[in-house]
Design a protein around this ligand. Structure first.
Ligand code: DGL
Length: 273
C-alpha cells in the first residue's frame, strides 16, 4: 500500500542536487523530502561507471530505509551511469535528470544544433546525445566537459572573473559551432547561469534539467495518485538532510541555495547500506 504522504528521496554526490530539490520545493510544495548528499565521496564526475553504480545502490538502500515513496537521482553523472540499473532493481518510481533535460532541449532547438555541458563522466557516457537522437535524429549534439566548473561553484565564485575566464575557454568552441540551445547538464551549473549566459549571448537559450525534472516528478506522482495531500509545516520534519561527511559545511552551502533556513544536516555511514 503506497503512503502518499511519505517523503520523496532526492540524492546527489553533494550539494549540487539542491538545485533540483529547490525546484521540487517550488513546483510541488506539499511534498516532504529526504535529501542525501554524498559529501564524503564527491566528485562523481571523474569516477567510473562501476563506482558510481555501487555508490548509487547504497544511497537508494538508505533512502528506502527512510521509507521514501519515490526517488529522484538529482545528479547528472549518476543518472547517466546508474539509472538504468536502478530502475530495474527498485520497486518504487525512480527518475533522473538527464531524460527530462534532453526532452525539453530537443523541443527548444530551432536550428537543430544543441550543446551540452557536464562532468567528464556525463559527457563521455554520451547519454544526452543518445536520448536526443532517439527523439529527433536530425539534431546534432555537441558535448563539452567542463570539470573546473564544479570546484569554482563550490568555492562560491559564481560571478567571479576567474569563472568567466574558464567559461570563455570551455564555451568558445561550442559557441563557434552555432548552437542555439545549451543544456546545463550538471547540477552545479544553474548557479553560474548568469556568467554562462553572458558569454552565450541572447541567441542561445539555456535548458536547466532541474526544472523539467521537478515537472516530471509532479506528473508522475499525479498519475500514480501519489501526490501528498497534506501541507505539512515547514521545518525539520518536512525537509530532512543527510550527508556522508562535513555536515556543517554542507549546511552552510545549502543555506545559500535553499533560502528557508536549514537548521541541521545529519552525517550517516553510507558504506553500511
Ligand atoms: N552532481 C554532479 C553532476 O551533476 C556534479 C558534481 C560531481 O562531479 O560529483 O554530474
Amino acid at each position: 500500500m503506497i503512503n502518499k504522504n511519505a517523503p520523496v528521496g532526492v540524492f546527489d554526490s553533494g550539494v549540487g542536487g539542491l538545485t533540483v530539490m529547490r525546484e521540487i520545493m517550488r513546483q510541488i510544495p506539499n511534498e516532504r523530502i529526504v535529501y542525501f548528499g554524498d559529501t564524503a565521496r564527491v566528485p562523481y564526475g571523474s569516477k567510473s561507471k562501476d563506482t558510481i553504480t555501487r555508490y548509487s545502490r547504497q544511497i537508494v538502500r538508505f533512502l528506502q530505509a527512510m521509507e521514501v515513496k519515490a526517488i529522484v537521482v538529482a545528479c547528472n553523472t549518476a543518472s547517466a551511469y546508474a539509472l538504468d540499473e536502478l530502475e530495474r532493481e527498485v520497486d518504487i518510481p525512480i527518475i533522473g535528470v538527464v531524460k527530462p533535460g534532453a526532452r525539453v532541449a530537443a523541443q527548444a532547438t530551432v536550428n537543430g544544433k544543441l550543446g551540452v555541458i557536464g562532468t567528464e563522466g556525463t559527457i563521455s557516457s554520451g547519454i544526452y546525445t543518445e536520448y536526443i537522437e532517439k527523439i529527433n535524429p536530425n539534431i546534432t549534439v555537441i558535448g563539452k566537459a567542463c570539470p573546473l566548473f564544479v570546484p569554482l561553484v563550490e568555492e562560491g565564485l559564481w560571478q567571479d572573473p576567474v569563472t568567466e575566464d574558464i567559461a570563455r575557454r570551455y564555451l568558445g568552441e561550442l559557441i563557434d559551432t552555432g548552437i542555439d540551445t545549451l543544456i546545463l547538464g550538471c547540477t552545479h551549473y544553474p548557479l553560474i547561469r548568469a556568467t554562462v549566459g553572458r558569454l552565450l549571448g541572447e541567441g542561445v537559450s539555456m535548458v536547466n534539467p532541474a526544472y523539467e525534472t521537478a515537472r516530471e516528478l509532479q506528473e508522475l506522482l499525479a498519475k500514480e495518485g501519489m501526490l501528498n495531500d497534506t501541507q505539512g509545516k515547514l521545518g525539520e520534519e518536512k525537509y530532512r538532510f543527510y550527508v556522508s561527511d562535513a555536515a556543517e559545511k554542507f549546511r552552510r552551502f545549502a543555506n545559500s541555495i535553499i533560502k528557508y533556513g536549514i537548521l541541521s544536516a545529519k552525517t550517516i555511514h553510507i558504506e553500511e547500506y
